[in-house]
Design a protein around this ligand. Structure first.
Ligand code: ZN
Length: 147
């Protein structure tokens, strides 16, 4: 199995069985995200302990890339503080948009998203959850659109 097959399997698995999917009762912050280009909609809600994301859930309806990306993101950011989340987002953004970016080992399973950059129209599908998370962290209650 080559890396591309492995990455594809990670995306398919997280789309079929999204992790941390659902409503988080008593959340401290949430935001709604919309990607009109594709029709993806998702809501990210999280609980903060100090500066750290102690729990996070997402729900919504979108394409396989948007769902898998949100699922991978929730796994990756749980337990991290704001600065670490921001650093991770910058790595993911580079991975999605910069052909020269290599999959940083710090990305873990998020490296599976590297295949998305071959499909520029889908980059917004993969980054929607991150913009939504940022909006939740910044304002506590927000709506964002990729447009
Ligand atoms: Zn999409």
């Amino acid at each position: 199995m080559d890396l591309k097959d492995l990455y594809r399997d990670v995306i398919l698995d997280h789309n079929k069985h999204p992790r941390n999917f659902g409503v988080l009762e008593g959340s401290d912050a949430h935001a709604d995200g919309h990607n009109p280009l594709c029709g993806d909609r998702l809501t990210v809600s999280l609980r903060l302990t100090g500066d750290r994301i102690s729990d996070i859930r997402f729900e919504g309806k979108g394409c396989a890339i948007s769902t898998a990306s949100a699922s991978l993101m929730t796994e990756a950011v749980k337990g991290k503080d704001r600065a670490a989340v921001q650093a991770l987002f910058e790595r993911v953004h580079a991975l999605l948009t910069d052909d020269a970016a290599t999959a940083d080992p710090a990305l873990g399973k998020l490296a599976a998203l590297s295949g998305v950059r071959e499909f520029p129209a889908r980059v917004k599908c993969a980054s929607l959850c991150w913009h939504t998370l940022n909006a939740a962290l910044e304002s506590g209650d927000a709506t964002v659109s990729t447009e």
